[in-house]
Design a binder for this molecule. Structure first.
Ligand code: SF4
Length: 469
């Protein structure tokens, strides 16, 4: 009997987590580890391996094939280009304390698509395969150029009738024309909601009256469009985090139960603020506390709120195919299924790459919307966009569930060849997956109820994580 190589990590409880390259996992004891490492497996060990899919008799047998299939399913499949992030204008009518997207003043000139760029964008869309595509309008504040949004949507609908549109807006200024645009079945709203009134004013509007307008428009958007059509993201300042209870109350008040906590983005103009070398430890502690808070809250209220990214990590841990978050998949090849078109027609592999280029740190543009994607540049970036051969990742128990983010590495370290275990990305994901394992090994009702909802399974039981002593 051959055993597929297992990786292991000691947990704070003294137990060990074991995983294989296909994403199989179980919790085990130190005694078991010593038997495994000392080539002294018992009959019971071998039986457990067999039952849990960690062994095969010979290459090509059903167990071998099954493992190969599960391994292949763990590799994200690159799709056809079907998702565009469009930046029709860089201008914005707010000056947030940290700007996530490198804005320009509302009255500035030269920061919107010109006629040639619009024409090239429509030509680019025309060349996509479909049958459905998704378009996200970013900015600046994209509703400042409602005319461009209307033209793009009308054109896209004419070629790909089942497409979807997302408008990422600060919801500050909406007239009849803007509401009419948003109030359509194929159109969704994404906005920023940083917690309570005080936090939102401090971080974004700097004026309580402007914040009142925002909250009024958010309530109106949920009322008119329905809660499923409006999503909101909080950006968290790790040194001044909002009160968790206030934060979740405010989201629930607007019918939003999936909350994606994001630290202040390191890219864009936010980078000019001094960065704290301990910020990742602070962030990990804050995020972990938030997960504990919502588990307890869900149990008390019977209403189920999730932290979006934690749920995504949980689902990736439990099964293959959870590759729908573009920041967490492996391989994570650029310009395969989505691309960003900036206000000047430049193409970028991600929105973060656009911001990084805008502040002049490195040019990550990959062509223009008129001339198409520069595949030579894309290949260069893709070289490091895979964790299967990384010197640290190959030894990591979380490798099958984790991903890569070259743009984040470049942003923080200025290079892509820093030891992976030293990167912000790695420290964040080690902590996240440790938290996943901590929660899925809890046996109390509170944890199990939330886990079932977050994992999208009918119920959660002890069998979800095999144990072998
Ligand atoms: S980036 Fe870190 S957590 Fe992710 S697989 Fe690599 S070593 Fe593991």
């Amino acid at each position: 009997m051959n055993v597929w190589p297992l990786k292991f990590r000691e947990r704070s409880t003294g137990e060990f987590l074991f995983t294989d390259d296909a994403g199989g996992f179980f919790a085990g004891s130190r005694d078991f580890l010593e038997r495994y490492a000392g080539d002294a497996l018992s009959v019971v060990d071998r039986h457990f391996f067999r039952e849990n899919g960690h062994t095969f008799e010979r290459e090509g047998d059903p167990d071998w094939m099954s493992f190969a299939y599960r391994w292949a399913r763990r590799q994200s499949k690159q799709q056809d280009l079907s998702y565009l992030i469009l930046v029709p204008t860089l201008r914005c009518n707010l000056t947030c304390r940290y700007c996530q997207v490198s804005r320009a003043p509302e009255s500035a000139r030269g920061f919107d698509w010109n006629d040639e760029t619009l024409k090239a964008v429509l030509g680019f869309i025309y060349g996509m395969k479909g049958p459905e595509i998704k378009i996200e309008f970013q900015g600046g504040e994209p509703l400042l150029r409602i005319d461009l949004l209307e033209q793009v949507r009308a054109f896209t609908r004419s070629k790909f009738p089942n497409s979807q549109f997302v408008v990422c807006t600060n919801l500050q200024r909406l007239g009849d024309r803007e509401w009419t645009f948003l109030d359509q079945p194929d159109t969704f709203v994404s906005t920023s909601l940083d917690g309570n009134h005080e936090t939102h004013t401090r971080q974004r509007t700097h004026d309580p009256l402007v914040t009142d307008t925002f909250f009024g428009n958010l309530a109106e958007a949920v009322r008119r469009l329905g809660p499923g059509k409006v999503s909101a993201l909080p950006t968290i300042d790790v040194d001044r985090p909002p009160d968790f209870s206030d934060l979740v109350d405010n989201f629930e008040l607007h019918g939003i139960r999936s909350i994606y906590l994001r630290p202040i983005n390191h890219q864009g103009f936010a980078r000019r603020r001094k960065s704290d070398p301990n910020s990742i430890a602070k962030w990990n502690a804050l995020h972990s506390d938030f997960i504990d808070y919502i588990i307890d809250r869900n149990h008390r209220t019977g209403r189920f709120v999730e932290e979006y990214y934690f749920s995504q990590c949980l689902r990736r841990f439990l099964r293959s195919g959870a590759d729908d978050h573009v920041d967490l998949r492996n391989p994570n090849f650029f310009a395969s299924d989505y691309v960003v078109v900036d206000h000047d027609g430049q193409l970028y592999p991600t929105d973060e790459a656009r911001m990084l280029s805008r502040i002049g740190r490195v040019d990550l543009s990959i062509g223009t919307v008129a001339e198409g994607v520069d595949q030579t540049k894309v290949r260069l970036l893709n070289h490091a966009s895979i964790n299967n051969f990384d010197a640290d990742c190959i030894h990591c128990v979380y490798q099958p569930f984790c991903g890569t983010d070259v743009v984040d590495d470049l942003s923080r370290d200025g290079r892509v060849d820093v030891a992976r275990s030293e990167t912000w990305f790695c420290k964040r994901h080690i902590s996240l997956f440790d938290k996943v394992v901590e929660i899925i090994t809890r046996r109390d009702d509170a944890a199990m109820q939330s886990l079932a909802r977050w994992a999208r399974v009918p119920s959660w039981g002890d069998h979800m994580i095999p144990v072998h002593v």
